[in-house]
Write a protein of this length. Structure first.
Length: 320
């Protein structure tokens, strides 16, 4: 009788400078465990997205879910709220995680920085791992950068004056083609970009962030429903257990930037209640989500020039 082969994640890319500091055997083993646990469920959720999109194309409108009405009407539950360093987010900036922009963000004087491995980062292999290196060094107070012109960048702000880092991984729909996951059945495919970005950052930095008085904090992009939020919550719980951290150490801010998620905001918070720091609006992706889902529904769903779609038009006002 044959036995299943062990699962694995292997690197399919050229070795870059200091990449071995991020792609350690232990970190790759952690990514493998994440994929063993959650790669199948991720694919199920992506299949459900496609089914819902087809239903909308065929005339079904989105609605508040009757089966979760009790969650929306129950006022007894609450979310975890702000973790250490997230209490004041009145000035929050965003940007990519290359060394220069990381230094500038930490010197900015803002209260929080969305360290973006998603929309603000072109997902080349050098950017993906280079961004992890920038954050790894910044958290340990050893990030410096010298430009080709010889200009030197270094973090000057005192540790307690630097913004709290909130890392945004790529969404569930994206893959990281430079890492290949082979499951126990021997089937190989590209790794989940979400699990790669989250897993590498969390594995290397969670304890250092806690020791520095902050914590492992994340922005979750492109969620479409509460079942995708439940998947993230399970990823968080699994990861906390794997690193022997208390349940609820992770905090997540969920971006509401799809029209389907707007109908399940209470449910999304409920699923992530032990890890949720709150919600945030993603205006442009929300508008795009409407176009993408209703593009086959006729002229009545055609939008005007985007300059006219302000936050005061009826459907955007209802969203906020």
């Amino acid at each position: 009788m044959s036995h299943p082969s062990p699962s694995s994640i292997r690197v399919h890319a050229e070795h870059g400078d200091r990449h071995d500091e991020i792609l350690t055997p232990e970190a790759l083993a952690f990514l493998t465990r994440l994929h063993d646990q959650f790669a199948g469920r991720r694919q199920e959720r992506l299949n459900a997205r496609m089914a819902q999109r087809k239903a909308i194309e065929n005339g079904r409108d989105l609605r508040f879910l009757p089966e979760t009405r009790s969650i929306r009407e129950n006022t007894s539950w609450q979310v975890a709220g702000a973790g250490p360093g997230l209490e004041d987010r009145r000035v929050e900036i965003t940007g990519p995680t290359d060394p220069k922009m990381t230094v500038n963000a930490l010197n900015s004087g803002a209260k929080a920085w969305l360290a973006d491995l998603e929309d603000a980062t072109s997902p080349t292999w050098s950017n993906v791992i280079g961004g992890q290196l920038s954050l790894h060094d910044a958290i340990r107070d050893r990030l410096e950068f010298t430009s080709p012109e010889g200009k030197r960048y270094r973090v000057e702000a005192a540790p307690d004056a630097r913004p709290t880092i909130i890392m945004r991984p790529r969404g569930w729909h994206l893959v990281e083609k430079h890492l290949r996951y082979t499951d126990r059945a021997g089937y190989t495919r590209a790794a989940s970009a979400s699990l790669v970005d989250f897993g590498l950052y969390f594995f290397h930095n969670a304890k250092a962030l806690i020791d520095g008085g902050r914590g492992p904090y994340f922005y979750l992009p492109k969620l479409e429903n509460h079942l995708e939020a439940r998947l993230w919550d399970d990823v968080f719980t699994f990861s906390e257990t794997a690193l022997h951290l208390p349940h609820g150490t992770i905090r997540a801010t969920i971006l509401i930037e799809t029209i389907s998620a707007a109908f399940e905001m209470d449910e999304i918070l409920y699923e992530l209640r032990d890890h949720a720091a709150g919600l945030n609006a993603g205006r442009w992706d929300y508008i795009f989500s409407l176009i993408k889902n209703y593009r086959e529904r006729g002229r009545s769903y055609v939008l005007p020039d985007r300059d006219l779609i302000t936050m005061t038009v009826p459907f955007m006002r209802a969203y906020t």
